[in-house]
Design a protein around this ligand. Sequence first.
Ligand SMILES: Nc1ncnc2c1ncn2[C@@H]1O[C@H](COP(=O)(O)OP(=O)(O)OP(=O)(O)O)[C@@H](O)[C@H]1O
Ligand SMILES: [Mg+2]
Length: 359
Amino acid sequence: MFIKNLSYFNFRNLIDGNLEFDKKFNLFLGKNGQGKTSVLESIYFTITGQSFRTKNIKDIIKYEKLKLATYLEYEDKFSEKNIAIKTISNKKEYFYNKKKVTYDEYLGRLNVISFIPEDINLIIGSPMNRRNFFDYEISQGNTSYYIHLKNYNKILKIRNTFFKNKDFSEIFEIYNQKFFEEIVEIVTMRYEYIKKISILLNLNYRKLFDNKSELILTYKNSFGDITKLNKNQIMKKLLEYYKKIKDKEKKYGYSLIGPQKDDFLFLLNGKEAKSFSSQGEKKSIIFALKISEIDMLIKEKSETPIFLIDDISSYFDSIRKESIIKYFENREIQLFLSSTDDLGINSKKFKIFKGDVNG
Ligand SMILES: Nc1ncnc2c1ncn2[C@@H]1O[C@H](COP(=O)(O)OP(=O)(O)OP(=O)(O)O)[C@@H](O)[C@H]1O
Ligand SMILES: [Mg+2]
């Protein structure tokens, strides 16, 4: 699928406007601080309802203003559609084909993958960075994952209040049962996703950057290795683990088990990337990961996602940059790039100066 045009109102420093896009390559050019990242962010925000820079949606509303709105028209393989978001402070309203919808109904209509300098945190940052990232990515292709996760988080909160109140009555046991069921669903989906994407990741890393390396992504489940286990066996393993930590949970007063304790590791040539890989290698690992998500989304949705790359020149040397451009030239994917200098590629160019975008 591809985006035809985008309108924005009160978005960061951008002067309100409407942009018509090319089906394939779109390049945003400008000096530092002019609004390049903001344009990419406005696309990402319209598709996902989130920013790739901040958790606080108020940050993206233009200084001194209270409201923000974006509107986007796109085409999938069936027809032309549109989506829109209106925001007042932290409250968001979602629209699909001009009708108001819930976030659950909005999510995943259009898919986007972004690559921004801060993504390096996926390797060097805390496990929470990785969990948030994979949760969102799995949800994009699989709404059922998102629903399980939402249920789980609700139950987790309630379960923790039982601990706080030291209430271990029958109702606690009922919640516990539901809690375990949701854990099994979530870890199974996480495991399946990582297994698939790890294979693609290795292939893409080798193809794009270094054909002699081996890159593996592993899923570190909080209650042990679940490789090759079915759901019943996972439940058995979970309950065995629970027996061991049950008393500790009561003593500490919160849940010590569940997906909020999981982590994901990148191993380049058998060594953990976080501690051993160079800066360039880390960026390349994340890039290969994002490219692999394209293939995952195509498999799950049979549609191509939109791809955003912010500040491409600051990431890669010219050889890696060329290899990336070539990759996109050979694929039917709409790409949005930002850069401080012209990349000499065949694309629609937008010049940005003080928030004014001209294409
Ligand atoms: N909510 C906001 N309202 C108005 N302006 C903002 C807001 N948030 C950030 N800005 C400003 O918008 C400007 C553009 O920021 P942006 O990150 O898009 O620039 P950029 O072109 O990507 O720059 P760089 O090349 O340095 O990455 C900055 O000067 C920033 O301070
Ligand atoms: Mg920027």
